[in-house]
Structures are given as structure tokens and as C-alpha cells.
Design a protein. Structure first.
Length: 88
């Protein structure tokens, strides 16, 4: 088995997503924090890059959804921040 650059990126992406999820479960992170969505989105993006070389439809669908949900979380964070700033 060859271990190429895209495998490294995919594995880093998996680590990002799993560590973020572990931090959430341990109470070290909340989904309302920007870092949660950013790290999840980065992890999904890295996995998608890996999948662009060795495509797998099921994995692609999961990671594309994960990325879209993470982007949604970043947008919600921005809206919350904007509302908090406006209220002050």
C-alpha cells in the first residue's frame, strides 16, 4: 500500500474532526464557539481533497455535508456576534 500526500491530508482531516468531537463530548468545547465549526470544516475539506484523488461517493457525501454544516455554523457565529455587537 502506498501512502501518498492525499492520504496524509485525509488523515489529518480525520484527526481534526475526531479531536473536535472528543473535546465537545468532554465539555472542553461548545458548538457555539467559532473554533468548533472552523476545525470541523477544515477537517472535512482536507478529507474532500484526499477524496479528489481516490474518490468514494459515500465518503464524499458525508464530508460534503459536514463541510456545509460547518460553514452554516460559522455563519451563525457571525450573525450572533453581529447581534451582540448591535445590542451593546
Amino acid at each position: 500500500m502506498d501512502y501518498a500526500w492525499h492520504d496524509i491530508l485525509g488523515n489529518i482531516g480525520v484527526i481534526f474532526i475526531l479531536v473536535t468531537y472528543l473535546a465537545l463530548q468532554l465539555g472542553r468545547l461548545t458548538p457555539e464557539r467559532l473554533v468548533y465549526s472552523l476545525v470541523n470544516g477544515l477537517g472535512a475539506a482536507l478529507i474532500l481533497i484526499s477524496l479528489s484523488v481516490e474518490f468514494n461517493m459515500s465518503a464524499f457525501l458525508v464530508e460534503a455535508a459536514w463541510l456545509v454544516i460547518s460553514i452554516f455554523g460559522v455563519v451563525l457565529y457571525g450573525l450572533r456576534l453581529k447581534n451582540e455587537t448591535r445590542e451593546k
